[in-house]
Design a protein around this ligand. Structure first.
Ligand code: SAM
Length: 296
C-alpha cells in the first residue's frame, strides 16, 4: 500500500460491516461502531438506503461475496479469541487492524485482556483521529503501535509496547495475507512463532489460487483482484489448503481448525434469503504455536 495514504480496503471493510448491520438480516457479525469509523464518503453511502442500494447492491454487486468473507472472518476470529480469553489468555494482537472495533465493543474485557493494534502509520493515524470523535473515555487497555510491516517485523513493533513475551497471546491477521508475497507471509509467521510464548494462537484468512476456484466464481474474483490492484493494494499470495498447512507447520504452527468456504456457508450463512454467501476463495485458519519436542 501507499506509504502516505490510509488503507482504502480497511475503509471498505468497515463500510461493509456498517451496511451489514443496517440492511442485512440476520446479522452475521454485529459492529455498532463501524459506521462512525469508516470514511465520510462511505458513511454517507451507508446512511442512505437509496445510495446503499445503488452503490453496494448494484455497482458493487460482484463484490457481495467478498463482503461475506469480511464478515465471516471477523466472526470466526472473535469466536476463537473469546474462547481463548475464557481459558485465561490475556493478550490480543491485531495485525493490520484497520478499523477493527473490538477494543470498543469489548471494554468489559479490559481488566483481563490487553489489546495491541499494529497497523501502517497512515491507516492508524486516521483511525486514532476517528476514535477520538467516537469516544471520550480513554481506551486504557489498548496500545496502538504504528508499524510499516514491509520494513519491520511484528516482533520489533511489539518491542515498542507493553507486550509481554513471557505470556501467551492471541494474534489476528485478517484481510492481510493476500496483499503480501508468500515470502513475507512466511517471514511474519516465523516472526510470530519466534516471539510468542507457548500456548499462543493465531487466526488468519488466505486466498485460494484462481485456477482452483469453481469456473463460475472466477470472473467476480478477477474483477475484485483488478479493483484492489487499481487501489494500489494488489493481491499477491495464494495457497491451496495443503500448501497452507505445510507452510504453517514449517513456520512452527499446528493447525487447530480450518473453515473452508463450504463450512463458512453452513456455519454462518445458511438459511438466508438475501444471497449473502462467502466466495470460493477465502479460507480461514486457526493455528497454535507448536510445542517443540526437546531431545533428551
Ligand atoms: C483489508 S485491511 C484489513 C483490516 C482489518 N484487519 C479487517 O479485517 O477488516 C488491510 C490492513 O492491512 C494494513 N497494512 C497493509 N500494508 C501494511 C504494511 N505494510 N504495514 C502495516 N499494515 C499494513 C492496512 O493498513 C489495513 O489496515
Amino acid at each position: 500500500m501507499s506509504s502516505t495514504q490510509a488503507s482504502k480496503t480497511a475503509e471498505i471493510a468497515a463500510a461493509v460491516r456498517a451496511a451489514h448491520r443496517r440492511y442485512d438480516h440476520p446479522v452475521v457479525f454485529d459492529d455498532p461502531h463501524a459506521l462512525a469509523l469508516t470514511s465520510p464518503a462511505w458513511r454517507a453511502i451507508v446512511r442512505s438506503r437509496v445510495l446503499h442500494r445503488l452503490v453496494v447492491r448494484r455497482l458493487l454487486a460482484d463484490f457481495r461475496s467478498i463482503h461475506a468473507e469480511m464478515l465471516g472472518r471477523a466472526r470466526f476470529a472473535e469466536e476463537e479469541l473469546l474462547r481463548a480469553v475464557a481459558g485465561g489468555l490475556g493478550q490480543y494482537v491485531i495485525i493490520g487492524a484497520g478499523l477493527d472495533s473490538f477494543a470498543l465493543r469489548h471494554r468489559e474485557l479490559a481488566p483481563q485482556l490487553r489489546v495491541f493494534e499494529l497497523d501502517h502509520p497512515a491507516s492508524q493515524a486516521v483511525k486514532i483521529e476517528r476514535l477520538a470523535k467516537i469516544t471520550t473515555e480513554p481506551l486504557a487497555h489498548v496500545e496502538f503501535i504504528a508499524a510499516d510491516l514491509e520494513h519491520e517485523t511484528v516482533a520489533t513493533a511489539l518491542a515498542r509496547s507493553g507486550y509481554d513475551r513471557g505470556a501467551p497471546a492471541f494474534f489476528a491477521w485478517l484481510g492481510n495475507t493476500y496483499y503480501l508475497t508468500p515470502e513475507a507471509i512466511a517471514g511474519t509467521l516465523r516472526g510470530i512463532a519466534g516471539l510468542a510464548a507457548p500456548g499462543s494462537e493465531l487466526v488468519l484468512d488466505y486466498a485460494l489460487p484462481v485456477e482452483q476456484q469453481p469456473p463460475e466464481e472466477r470472473r467476480a474474483f478477477l474483477k475484485a483482484q483488478a479493483a484492489v490492484e487499481r487501489r494500489g493494494e494488489p493481491w499477491r499470495a495464494f495457497f491451496t489448503p495443503p500448501q497452507f498447512a505445510r507452510l504453517a507447520r514449517e513456520c512452527g504452527f499446528e493447525l487447530m481448525a480450518t473453515l473452508s468456504p463450504a463450512e463458512q456457508l453452513q456455519r454462518y450463512f445458511s438459511g438466508r434469503s438475501d444471497g449473502l454467501r462467502p466466495p470460493a476463495w477465502g479460507h480461514f485458519a486457526h493455528l497454535r504455536l507448536m510445542r517443540w519436542q526437546t531431545v533428551p
